[in-house]
Design a protein around this ligand. Sequence first.
Ligand code: SAM
Length: 186
Amino acid sequence: VRPPAALAAITRDSDRVGFTMASAPETGSLLRTLAASKPSGRFLELGTGTGVATAWLLDGMDADACLDTVDNDPNASAIAQRYLGDDSRVSFHVGDGAAFLAGQKESHFDFIFADAWPGKFTELAKTLSLLKRGGLYVIDDLLPQPNWPEGHAPKVPSLVAQLEAQTGFESTSLEWASGLMLLVKR
Ligand SMILES: C[S@@+](CC[C@H](N)C(=O)[O-])C[C@H]1O[C@@H](n2cnc3c(N)ncnc32)[C@H](O)[C@@H]1O
């Protein structure tokens, strides 16, 4: 798979600072493919990390699309901003994801990659309300991973059950990369 241009440098800096939570290339490739289905789309990433998935998303987005990406770790976000900050389609927000979500209007986004605690394990209803009709909600890390913090494993089945029970959405779980789930708002 042809990687985004900035990926090698971002991966190098992520390794240097010991950032181990970056998305796998298989996840990135899927995100890029799905991103291409939303021309002029409004994108949201919760959990910028060092910008790995940000780079894949930007690679799939067209010139008129835009992406807000949020992380509360300024050091991780600084790496993403170093390599992706020149792209005028992306806005970096450093702060709490829950606070960011609270300030957003319903039906605003075409695509949400929820890769932090808020938007996934908390603020789920608020996050899903931000999607437009036809909008995509994507999460990963649903299959057991070596870097899961203690206490994380028991939360995953109830999250999946909650998402499967959402009315007004179609959902599919994928045994791909770290384990993904996709929802589309009807
Ligand atoms: C799984 S990593 C993100 C990886 C990134 N999306 C990628 O694909 O490489 C989760 C990120 O969420 C951030 N995070 C954790 N709690 C947060 C919060 N309450 N608000 C915003 N970001 C948070 C962490 O700093 C971390 O960078």
